[in-house]
Design a protein around this ligand. Structure first.
Ligand SMILES: *Cc1c(COP(=O)(O)O)cnc(C)c1O
Length: 345
């Protein structure tokens, strides 16, 4: 079976496990775990922020950011298929008491004019727009990259409107490697930044929330409220440090394989745009195939390839550490056959 469902499928390599086994540890809640402390220092610097907090997941990092940046009854604005709005179990409302407003975006990106309209439409004393969440890369548009100037302009516009900015950079390093822009340049525009280690970076779990030192002090308290004293967490932080040393540059290989797969599928007649394949996601539109998502996924599985949904009407294939050239070559054969594209081309 060729598994192209998600870059969360990566399993820790033998070398990563060895780094974990050798980790120096202490009590993280007392800030005495040297490996966690080192990861927090390096991650903050990497994303252009003062401080960082190690957390089990990027979802928790996002949720803590909402608690730190917003207030009960305020509004959070984001592109309508942003992870925070659609994949976090209503956490913005349940955990932070925030009203959510999703805005249509192009390739996952919003404009300053849209933020101005959202602020103008709100009722400031009763329901003020307090923050905007930007996602880099943007998952549901197919791993698309915000160009730096555009991200800077939207963050600046948000700040001028009095909003705080959270950057969900679960895959920030994919953007950084694909665009050859330092992660700190993207991360530095925001008040808080999420970075995830359990996707393309190949760790079993782990994420950080980074920001100014005072915000991250508040994040420590919120982490405790979420039940998150992680004690000898250096065992896991060691995997993240290993990934920062060994799994960042190699993301370029995932991107090259994704591009190869997108080109192969497009050549076979599938509705795939190689130009839109900027990182490790390939987006396949179902409409032209006349198939519903469930039927398409069943046919693919029967042919020996696992894909998953990207957003309504679209499938995704994702490359990562565990996907090799031979898997891509076989997928280029099998996916068009399974989806009936050869007969149509
Ligand atoms: C996967 C993902 C998350 C959540 O990451 P977990 O570590 O699995 O909780 C957050 N934001 C985006 C954009 C993601 O793709």
């Amino acid at each position: 079976m060729i598994d192209l469902r998600s870059d969360t499928m990566t399993r820790p390599t033998a070398a990563m496990r060895a780094a974990m086994a050798a980790a120096e540890v202490g009590d993280e809640q007392l800030r005495e775990d040297p490996t966690v402390n080192e990861l927090q220092r390096r991650a903050a610097e990497l994303v252009g922020q003062e401080a960082a907090l190690f957390l089990p997941t990027a979802t928790m990092a996002n949720q803590i950011a909402l608690r730190v940046l917003g207030h009960r009854g305020g509004e959070v604005v984001a592109e309508e298929r942003t992870h925070v709005l659609v994949y976090e179990a209503g956490g913005a409302a349940a955990n932070a008491g925030l009203v959510t407003r999703g805005l249509p975006g192009v390739a996952g990106r919003l404009t300053v004019a849209q933020l101005e309209e959202a602020v103008a439409a709100a009722d400031p004393p009763l329901q003020p727009v307090e923050l905007v969440v930007l996602e880099q890369t943007h998952r549901s548009s197919g791993g698309r990259v915000w160009p730096l100037e555009e991200l800077e302009a939207v963050a600046r516009g948000a700040h001028e409107l009095g909003l705080r900015v959270h950057l969900d950079g679960a895959r920030l390093l994919n953007a950084s490697v694909a665009a050859a822009v330092p992660a700190a340049a993207y991360g530095g525009v925001a008040d808080t930044v999420t970075l995830c280690f359990s996707k393309g970076l190949g760790c079993p779990l782990g994420a950080v929330l980074a920001g100014a030192a005072d915000l991250i002090e508040r994040a420590w308290v919120e982490k405790f409220r979420f039940g998150g004293a992680m004690r000898q967490a250096g065992i896991v932080a060691a995997a993240a440090l290993y990934a920062l040393d060994h799994h960042v540059e190699r993301l370029a290989e995932d991107h090259a394989r994704a591009r190869r797969l997108a080109e192969g599928l497009a050549e076979a007649g599938l509705p795939v745009d190689p130009e839109a394949t900027e990182t490790n996601f390939i987006a396949i539109r179902l409409e032209e195939l006349g198939l519903h998502e469930g039927e398409a996924l069943r046919r693919l599985e029967a042919a020996g390839v696992l894909l998953t949904g990207l957003r309504p009407g679209w499938l995704r294939a994702v490359t990562c550490l565990d996907v090799e050239d031979e898997h891509v070559e076989r997928a280029v054969e099998l996916v068009p056959q399974a989806l009936g594209a050869l007969a149509r081309a």
